[in-house]
Design a protein around this ligand. Sequence first.
Ligand code: HOZ
Length: 422
Amino acid sequence: MTSAALFERAQLSIPGGVNSPVRAFKSVGGTPVFMQKAKGAYLYDVEGNKYIDYIASWGPMILGHAYEPVVEAIREYAGYSTSYGAPTELEVKMAELIKSMAPNVDLIRMVSSGTEACMSALRLARGYTGRNKFIKFEGCYHGHADSFLVKAGSGLATFDIQTVPGVTGGVSNDTLTCAYNDIAAVEQLVAAHPGEIAAIIVEPVAGNMGCILPASGFLEGLRGLCDREGMLLIFDEVMTGFRLAPGGAQQRLGVNADLVTYGKVIGAGMPVGAFGGKKAIMDMVAPVGKVYQAGTLSGNPIAMIAGYTLLTELKKNPAIYEALEEKGRQLKEGIKTVLKAAGEPFVINQLGSMISVHFSEQPVTDFASAAAADNAKFSRLFHALLAEGIYLPPSAFESWFLNNALSSDDMARTVEAIRKFR
Ligand code: HOZ
């Protein structure tokens, strides 16, 4: 079996041969690699090739793949049933655990994906404020619910999709956009729509246009604006949650959100998401309030036990975060040294275990600067590293995610492969 043969076969039965567009390798070119298994920091494809993994399933494999306690827990609980459609104690324990780790979460509702989490948080913000419009940032990606598919990052940036057929003008008229890190533009937008804006949603550290850090004062500015104008601040922590700190970006960056969304990591890679916040807001969610939101697979027992096991480990072992921090630093310094020596114009954005490299002479601080970088060169880097057994995200518009199973040797090999790259 080869990836090429599987890809051909896949295209006969699956749109584009993949179940999520970025995986198709369309922006970097070539044939997607079909994976067979993974363990620790390594992916193994169907041809038996081994790769050092820098996507960690886009975040959740923070302790590495097939982490034994998680695998064991899944095995045990699968034997009880894979779904009940009725409440379980596990869901209560999970909610209590998240509350004990994440700031500003009095109540939390489980859903099945980050898309659902953001879609539901937005509906709730609209229900709570009685307003329709909201602000999102260019290059941020909050899943594929209709309202968010405006100037979105990730796959839409990767494939340069500006407007999405099927999303009505009526829906996108309520989506207002601004450049990331441009607080003055947000202020102007808010002033132009007095009393109309329900919420500002933001990736506190952006991961869908490469990794982009919030400028000093940006998130604080959003917080102040939301307080002043009666808007809710929604942090999309699908990527940063439980990764940048046990309490995610809220804790790491010291800015409070009104609502926060989580994804994949709270299921240890199982299909999970969640949205949570202050009781006064969350009490509007059905069945207490009238903001309807539901799902048979929400709080699925296998997803819950997987996530509960992972988050428990993260909570009880703060050294994990120190180690991830050190790995991020080591990789950044290593890459910086070799690219500098090569005289390449480059920018490395990194915070903790999120990092990305842009081939740019200018700082990369928003979507425009990410798009202006030499992304064809990123594609060449992607393939050069793939050939050396190193798996980067197959798009310049995605963050790399480090996992705690990565060794110093793995990162030294990665740096060496980048040194050889021309
Ligand atoms: N949009 C996802 C990362 N930002 C990629 C999802 C996937 O292909 O699995």
